[in-house]
Write a protein that binds this ligand. Structure first.
Ligand code: CP
Length: 311
C-alpha cells in the first residue's frame, strides 16, 4: 500500500485507506520522540523547501523539525524577503525551486488552489500547508491522529467543529477526513459563519453548542480569524464568547471523556476560556507534538515519489 499521488493537496483527494496508512505510519515516528536520539535516515540527501506566503508558528516549525528528524536538508523561504515582493509569480518561484533540485515543496498560501497550481508546475512533491479557506490537510490528519490515539478508533465518534466554518481550511479538511473515517460530524457557529449548502458535505448544522454538548466525544474549536474581518459577521466578540465560547460551565454538561481540541493559535477568552484551554481534557499541546510525527509520516510516504524525480 502506498500513496497514489506525488503530492498531498487535501483530504478530499485521499481515500480512507490512504488516510489509514498515514495514521498507522505516524505511530513509529511518534515513538521516536521518547528516545534521546530522535533522528532517522530515510530522507538523507533530500531537500525540503518550506515556502510560506502567510504567517505560521506551528506548521512551519513542525515541518522543519519533521524534515530534520528524517535527515533531510531544509530551506526556509520567507516571502517578505524573497523575490515575491518584486512581483515574481508562484509559477516562476516554483520553476526556480525546481532548478535548485528541491525534492519537496511545502507551501502555505492565501489563495485557494495555490498548492494545486504549484503541484502541476513542479516535479517535486508538493505538500499543502494551508491554501486560503480551502484545506489544511496536515492539520486534519494530526487532529484525527490525536482523536484515534485517545479513543482507539475514529469510527462512530461524534465530533463538533465550532466557530468560523466559512473561512476555515481546518474545518474543511476535518470534514473530509472525519467523514471518510466514519465519524459523525457537526458544525456549530453563528449562521453568518456557516457556509450555505455545507450539509452537502455530510455534516449536521447546529447553531447552539449547548444543545449538543452532552452527546459529543470531541469539540474542535476554531480560531476567530480577526484578520479576515469576521467581527462584522456577529454582534461583538463578547456576544460570540457568551454563545459559542467553550467555557468551564459548558464542560459541566459534557461527557467526562470529552476531548477539547484547537488547531492554534488561540484567542483565549473568545472562542475558548483559559480554564478550558489548560484543563485536563485539552489535548492542544499534544496536537502540536503529534503534528511533527504526522508530518514525518507524510514526508516519509511521499519520499519514495520524490526519489523517482528525474530531472
Ligand atoms: N494550526 C496552524 O496552522 O497554526 P500556524 O498558523 O501557527 O501554523
Amino acid at each position: 500500500m502506498e500513496l497514489k499521488s506525488k503530492d498531498l493537496l487535501g483530504l478530499e483527494y485521499l481515500s480512507r485507506k490512504e488516510i489509514q496508512l498515514i495514521l498507522d505510519t505516524t505511530i513509529p515516528f511518534k515513538n521516536l520522540f521518547t528516545r534521546s536520539v530522535k533522528k532517522v535516515p530515510p530522507l538523507r540527501g533530500k531537500t525540503v523547501v518550506i515556502l510560506f506566503y502567510e504567517p505560521s508558528t506551528r506548521t512551519r516549525a513542525s515541518f522543519e523539525l519533521a524534515a530534520k528528524r528524517l535527515n533531510a536538508d531544509t530551506l526556509n523561504i520567507t516571502v517578505s524577503s524573497s523575490s515575491v515582493v518584486k512581483g515574481e509569480s508562484l509559477i516562476d518561484t516554483g520553476k526556480t525551486l525546481e532548478a535548485m533540485k528541491a525534492d519537496f515543496v511545502v507551501i502555505r498560501h492565501g489563495m485557494a488552489g495555490a498548492a494545486h497550481l504549484l503541484a502541476r508546475t513542479v516535479k517535486a512533491s508538493v505538500i499543502n500547508a494551508g491554501d486560503g479557506s480551502h484545506e489544511h490537510p496536515t492539520q486534519g490528519l494530526l487532529d484525527m491522529f490525536t482523536m484515534r490515539e485517545k479513543f482507539g478508533s475514529i469510527s462512530g465518534l461524534k465530533v463538533a467543529i465550532v466557530g468560523d466554518i466559512l473561512h476555515s481550511r481546518v474545518a474543511r479538511s476535518n470534514i473530509w477526513g472525519l467523514n471518510k473515517m466514519g465519524a459523525k460530524v457537526y458544525v456549530v457557529g453563528p449562521s453568518t459563519l456557516i457556509p450555505k449548502f455545507i450539509e452537502d458535505l455530510n455534516v449536521t448544522v447546529c447553531y447552539n453548542l449547548k444543545e449538543i454538548i452532552g452527546e459529543l466525544d470531541v469539540v474542535n474549536i476554531l480560531r476567530i480569524q480577526k484578520e479576515r474581518t469576521v467581527e462584522s459577521l456577529f454582534p461583538s466578540l463578547h456576544e460570540y464568547h457568551k454563545i459559542f465560547g467553550v467555557t468551564e460551565e459548558m464542560l459541566g454538561k459534557s461527557k467526562k471523556s470529552l476531548l477539547i481540541m484547537h488547531p492554534g493559535p488561540m484567542n483565549r477568552g473568545i472562542e475558548i476560556s483559559s480554564v478550558v484551554a489548560d484543563s485536563e481534557r485539552s489535548v492542544i499541546t499534544e496536537q502540536v507534538t503529534n503534528g511533527i510525527a504526522v508530518r514525518m509520516s507524510i514526508l516519509y510516504l511521499l519520499g519514495g515519489k520524490a526519489s523517482e524525480i528525474n530531472y
